[in-house]
Design a protein around this ligand. Sequence first.
Ligand code: ZN
Ligand code: ZN
Length: 411
Amino acid sequence: MNDKKLMEYARLVAGVGINVQKGQMVLINCPVECADFGRCLTTAAYDLGARDVIVNWSDDAVSREHWLRAEDSVFDAVYPWDILRNKTLAEAGMGRISVDASDPENLLGVDAERLQRWDVANGRDNREFYRSMMANGFPWCVVSVPSLKWAKKVFPELDAQQAVDKLWDAIFAAVRVTGDASAVKAWQDHCKHLETLCSKLNSLRLTQLHYTNALGTDVVVGLPEEHLWLGGADTSKAGVRFVANMPTEEIFSAPQRDAVDGVICASKPLALNGNLVEGIRLTLEKGRIVGIHADKGEDVLRRAIETDEGSHYLGEVALVPVNSPIAQSGLLFYNTLFDENAACHFAFGEAYPACVKGGDDLPLETLKARGINAESSTHVDFMVGTDDLSVIGTMQDGREVVILKDGRFAL
Ligand code: ZN
Ligand code: ZN
């Protein structure tokens, strides 16, 4: 990895990811192992005129100790000062960058019940904050840089330094950073391409999608009448364009909460709460997940789906072709930010309000009436795309249209 590319990446995240505005507060969540990148992000944010940059450092080893050894009651409530910080910064319209580089199995062996209780407590105590984030109340961006254990998980055959270098190469390719300062332009073009795809799908006014493949997925996903397909950049409440995930290759919408029926088989392992869940098979009836199976990590998956009533329903339907650049790398990243952008996916839990027309400004009850899964404290993506996936859409007049054939867009 070279310094020039690292700084270009940081400038891309600060400038396009959260699109820092003069006088804006910036919060960066960053692992200590990736301090170099955290420092570059800080410089880039100040260069763009940030009022102040607050870095919230984390560490896998410390976090593992916390999960294994903190007193049990700690997992039932968020500390008031953390709630206050989130709330204050959200109201101030901060830009929030999260650097995700954890060992995908950092919390292996931690009591799944603790993880679930924390999910419930965090969702409840930070509800306003997460709701504001889901409704684009402030710009936010999730990115990744390599950490040693994560790199070794992706490239187990390589020695440590080689694995980290290889993961850097894969990440730079995925986020279009080449070191020649062309990344910002590349992202503008890329977002335009995704927006064109969305327009095409939106003009079809689909009522449902039917997914099938040889892995066993056979599911009909209803779409709300006023659903919208989104992709590329989002717009914050203050009217600032930002990109919530880098990379992003998806176009996505929200399913009709009570109109998903069939079986969904995941096509990749899912890194969930520091555990790997493999061989997922979910059965849905009238939108509700009624059957949960995983070959590995079933307990962690079950606890996540049982977080609250809303987490039993799907909140996202996302299309990513198998010829997307990340999919073509052929790598399994064990990190949702990358794996979800290499395959079609769904999420269980809360939907993004913007997936229905004008949704960011609608109250909860109206969002529910529009048919999306508007209330859950969780949102977990899991991958279903394969190179034989067929997705057939139905239009309002009953005509069918092939959306994906053999995992590729047929539009
Ligand atoms: Zn997604
Ligand atoms: Zn998602």
